[in-house]
Design a protein around this ligand. Structure first.
Ligand code: PLP
Length: 397
C-alpha cells in the first residue's frame, strides 16, 4: 500500500484515506523506481543537451544515452549497437512488424493474443493469426501449419499482458528457423521484462520490444532490440538518429531513467519473482476460498508457466465494469483487460482466443502485482474483492 495523489473527488460517504491506494494494476504501469527517479533528476534540472550535436553539452548528453544503451544491452544480452531507443513498447512493436515487413515483404504471422500494438500492425499488412490453447499458449501445430518459406515476419509475445501466460519462445524460434528460415522472429517482451531473463528471450528472437514504464521507469520510452543483420526499415524518418532506424531527438531523461529501472529490476528479479509469486498465490487461494464460483482463467498456475505478478480470474454473475467501480471506490485499483485509451472495457480478444465463454469473460478481473506490492495489499484485496462481489450478486438476485 502506498501513498499516491489521485484525482478522486471526495464524496460525503468517503471514509477511506483518499491518499492510500491498493494498487494492483502493475501490468498497466508500475510506479517509478527510486533508481530511475534519481537518474533522471539531473536531466530534468541542470543538465540538458541534444545528443546529436557536436559541442561539449551535446557530447555529455550523448554519453548519457550511450551509457544507458550499455546498461540496456547488458540486461538484454545484446550488443549496445543493437538497442534502438523508441517512445515505448507500442512504437517498438510497430517498428518490428512493419519495419521488418517493409525491409523484406512476405507473409506476416502472429499469435492471436498479441497486444494491439502488434495486432494493428499485423492487420495493416494483411497478416494471419495463430490460435492459442485454453491457457493462452500458442498452438505449436497451428503455427507449424501456417509457416512456410514465404513468411517474412513472425511475432509471438514472450508473455501476455492480460492473463500472464508465458510463451514457449525457444520452441517457437526452433520451429520458425526450420519452417520459415528467412523469417524474422519478433517477440514483445514488454510484460516479460520485469520477470524473465531477457538473455534467454533475446537469444531466441531477432527483434525484442521492451517498455520502460512496465519495469519502473518513466512512461513514453522503450526500446527495440534488433539483432545484428536483421533487415529493418525505419518508420520514423528525419535526422537519422538510432542508426537511421528511429529518427527524433532522444529523450535523454527518459532513456537514463529507463536504463536505471531496467537494471534495478534485473538485479532484484530472482528474489522478486519468488516474493511476488507467493503474494499472488496467497491472493489466488484466498479469493478462491471465499468467492463462490470464482474461475482461475488460465486453469491454475500449474497449468502453464505464468508471470509471477498476474492473477486473472472470471467472476460468474458479475459485470467487470461494476466490480471495478466498487473496487475503485474502496481504494483497490485493478482492471479487467489491458488498459485502453478510452478507459472503456471492451470484449477481450485474448479471452476469446483462449475459448473463455463470453458469459464468463464478462466477469473478468486482472489483479497484477509488482515491485511495490506488500502483504497489506493482499490483505486489503482479500477483504475488498469478496465483499464487492457479494454486494453485486445480492443486487442482481
Ligand atoms: N505490449 C504489451 C504486451 C503491453 O502490455 C503494452 C502496454 O500495455 C505494450 C506493448 C505497449 O507499450 P507502451 O505502453 O510502452 O506503448
Amino acid at each position: 500500500m502506498f501513498a499516491c495523489d489521485t484525482d478522486r473527488v471526495p464524496g460525503p460517504s468517503d471514509e477511506r484515506d483518499r491518499d492510500s491506494v491498493v494498487y494492483l494494476d502493475h501490468a498497466a504501469t508500475t510506479p517509478l523506481r527510486p533508481e530511475a527517479r534519481a537518474a533522471m533528476l539531473d536531466w530534468l534540472g541542470g543538465r540538458f543537451g541534444n545528443p546529436s550535436g557536436a559541442h561539449r553539452v551535446a557530447r555529455a548528453a550523448r554519453r548519457a544515452v550511450d551509457e544507458a544503451r550499455d546498461v540496456v544491452a547488458d540486461v538484454v544480452g545484446c550488443r549496445p549497437g543493437e538497442v534502438i531507443f523508441t517512445s515505448g513498447g507500442t512504437e517498438a512493436d510497430n517498428l518490428a512488424v512493419l519495419g521488418a515487413h517493409a525491409a523484406r515483404p512476405g507473409r506476416v504471422v502472429a499469435s492471436a493474443i498479441e497486444h494491439e500494438a502488434v495486432l494493428a500492425a499485423v492487420a495493416q499488412v494483411d497478416g494471419s493469426l495463430v490460435a492459442v490453447d485454453r491457457s493462452g499458449r500458442i498452438d505449436i501445430e497451428a503455427l507449424d501449419a501456417v509457416l512456410g518459406p514465404d513468411v517474412s515476419v513472425v511475432s509471438v509475445m514472450a508473455a501476455n499482458n492480460e492473463v500472464g501466460t508465458i510463451q514457449p519462445i525457444g520452441e517457437v524460434a526452433e520451429l520458425v528457423r526450420r519452417r520459415a528460415p528467412d523469417a524474422v522472429l519478433h517477440t514483445d517482451a514488454v510484460q516479460a521484462a520485469a520477470w524473465l531473463d531477457l538473455h534467454e528471450v533475446a537469444a531466441a528472437a531477432d527483434l525484442v520490444a521492451i517498455s520502460s514504464h512496465k519495469v519502473g521507469g518513466p512512461q513514453g520510452v522503450g526500446a527495440l532490440v534488433a539483432r545484428g543483420g536483421v533487415p529493418l526499415r525505419a518508420r520514423a524518418l528525419g535526422g537519422g538518429q538510432e542508426r537511421e532506424l528511429r529518427s527524433g531527438t532522444h529523450d535523454v531523461a527518459g532513456i537514463v531513467g529507463f536504463a536505471a529501472a531496467l537494471a534495478a529490476a534485473a538485479a532484484e528479479r530472482e528474489a522478486e519473482r519468488r516474493r511476488v509469486a507467493a503474494l499472488r498465490d496467497r491472493l489466488a487461494a484466498g479469493l478462491a476460498a471465499v468467492v463462490p464460483g470464482l474461475v482461475d482463467t488460465v486453469g491454475g498456475v500449474t497449468a502453464c508457466p505464468q508471470l509471477p505478478g498476474t492473477l486473472h480470474v472470471c467472476v460468474p454473475g458479475v459485470e467487470s465494469d461494476a466490480l471495478l467501480f466498487l473496487l475503485d471506490e474502496a481504494g483497490v485499483c485493478a482492471s479487467a483487460a489491458s488498459a485502453c485509451a478510452s478507459g472503456a472495457q471492451q470484449a477481450s480478444h485474448v479471452l476469446a482466443a483462449m475459448g473463455v465463454p463470453a458469459e464468463a469473460a464478462r466477469g473478468a478481473l486482472r489483479l497484477s502485482l509488482g515491485w511495490t506490492t506488500t502483504d497489506d495489499d493482499v490483505d486489503a484485496a482479500l477483504a475488498v474483492v469478496p465483499a464487492a462481489v457479494a454486494r453485486l450478486r445480492e443486487a442482481a438476485a
